[in-house]
Design a protein around this ligand. Structure first.
Ligand code: NAD
Length: 437
């Protein structure tokens, strides 16, 4: 099948590459000329494990193309995916300007029947808006389908190639048949393609992300309570996670969720609710709690250093919002950088993939280091922001010999507090006993 993907970011590039891998001919369209030039030059502009191999193979075999020209990109395409940004607008609602602009262009450019697929995360009613926008200028028949994407950055290729489920909102039998055929190679193990109406498909994505954000936030609340009551959140996690009704995943306490999806999706769902005159109380609490959770370690650091962080040097291990990605959107690290700089501290940071993106935002306000030890040299304390595996088992003897102070503020609960006490570290984590050595 010939397909087009409009918007070649994290979702668009993975979608395009994976559909090329299943034998389709794909053209990815993006307005970012630099990005398209890079892609045409054989460079993958984002870090996503496994993507490069598939990208190279499919480009080489002539199934994957890139262009900045929408007309050229959609020529002959039976399915046109919209994988465009839907960032929060000023009032927190999803800003649909990118999606509706392309819909407007498509109306003029469509020359034969196509299924236009909303893959962006969009509020209920968007498929209808996209349909209306295209219809203004369209000369041919078309369908608009809602097909929210559930891939996780860091394991995006695996998630795309083996989805737990595919959700498709459409009332058109023709579109349903085409989508079923396109997705068939990805659901061979029997995972379902769930067809539903468009509104339910649109809401499913927000419900999934908001539920997961709530689960994380609930555990962060339990963690904060553990600290007050002298319990250990890791024990509580194991205790409840073994209950199959609860499940083991998304139960890790830490310094809050970040990334390009959870914060904006929770916010957008809260906004949709208030527009529908429904007071979704949990969501408002989730947003408040997550905001304060991001800088929990700053409170602990202030306590440790008697309220004065001025002139202190801190190593920051991890910048990306989670491991295995270079995405730093809404990363807790950014909030901690701001807070520490505001206190007059100096920061030496290291992240395996996220440094380039952070440098674009903070410039030379912090020092970027070649590895975690370089960052820790002469540091008064280490802040752990992201649970990259490289930070899990440092050489503590080496570390102890290069730091200025044996103090760790761990936002991801990577180490055992008892072992840290034995190593004579002051060790602060989330929801567990703080060790003030
Ligand atoms: P992104 O910012 O990485 O990519 C979007 C791309 O669209 C950019 O390359 C941008 O240049 C391009 N673009 C903007 N306007 C354009 C236009 N008029 N024509 C062509 N290209 C244009 O965004 P993303 O992370 O891939 O997210 C896209 C959508 O998917 C969002 O709605 C997001 O909420 C949703 N989503 C994201 C993830 C994720 O993990 N990143 C997962 C599921 C769903």
């Amino acid at each position: 099948m010939k397909i087009a993907v409009v918007g070649t970011g994290y979702v668009g590039l993975v979608t395009g590459t994976c559909f090329a891998e299943t034998g389709n001919t794909v053209t990815c369209v993006d307005i970012d000329e630099k990005k398209v030039a890079k892609l045409r030059n054989g460079e993958v502009p984002i870090y996503e494990p496994g993507l490069e191999t598939l990208f190279e193979r499919n480009v080489k075999q002539g199934r994957l193309h890139f262009t900045t020209n929408l007309k050229e990109g959609i020529e002959g395409a039976k399915v046109i995916f919209l994988a465009l940004p839907t960032p929060p607008g000023e009032d927190g609602s999803a800003d649909l300007k990118y999606v509706l602009k392309v819909a407007d262009d498509l109306g003029e450019l469509l020359e034969e029947y196509a299924v236009v697929v909303d893959k962006s995360t969009v509020p209920v009613g968007t498929a209808e808006k996209v349909r209306a926008k295209i219809a203004v200028k369209a000369k041919v028949d078309f369908d608009v389908v809602s097909n929210p994407e559930f891939l996780r950055e860091g394991v995006a290729v695996e998630d795309f190639m083996k989805p737990d489920r595919v959700v498709i909102g459409t009332q058109s039998e023709k579109a349903q048949e085409i989508m079923e055929k396109l997705y068939a190679p990805l659901v061979r193990q029997g995972n379902p393609i769930i067809f539903m109406d468009e509104a339910s498909a649109e809401l499913t994505k927000y419900a999934a992300n908001s539920f997961l954000a709530t689960k994380i936030t609930f555990m962060n609340e339990i963690a904060n309570l553990c600290e007050k009551l002298g319990a250990d959140v890791d024990m509580v996690r194991k205790g409840i996670g073994t209950d199959t009704r609860i499940g083991k995943r998304f139960l890790f306490a830490g310094i809050g969720y970040g990334g390009s999806c959870f914060p904006k999706d929770v916010q957008a769902l809260a906004k949709s609710s208030s527009e529908a005159k429904y007071d979704f109380k949990i969501l408002n609490a989730v947003m408040d709690i997550n905001q304060s959770q991001k800088t929990r370690l700053i409170e602990k650091a202030k306590q440790h250093f008697n309220g004065d962080l001025k002139g202190k040097t801190f190593a920051m291990w991890g910048l990306s919002f989670k491991p295995y990605t270079d995405d730093i959107r809404e990363a807790p690290a950014l909030y901690n950088i701001d807070a520490l700089l505001a206190e007059g501290a100096k920061i030496k940071a290291y992240d395996p993939e996220g440094m380039k993106n952070v440098r674009e935002i903070v410039g030379d306000k912090i020092e970027f280091c070649v590895d975690e030890y370089h960052a820790a040299e002469q540091a008064d304390a280490i802040f752990i922001m992201t649970e990259w595996p490289i930070f899990r088992t440092p050489d503590f003897a080496k570390l102890s010999s290069i730091v200025n102070g044996k103090v760790i503020f761990d936002g991801r609960n990577l180490y055992d507090p008892v072992a840290m006490a034995e190593l004579e570290y002051s060790y602060y984590s989330i929801g567990r006993k703080d060790i003030n050595g």
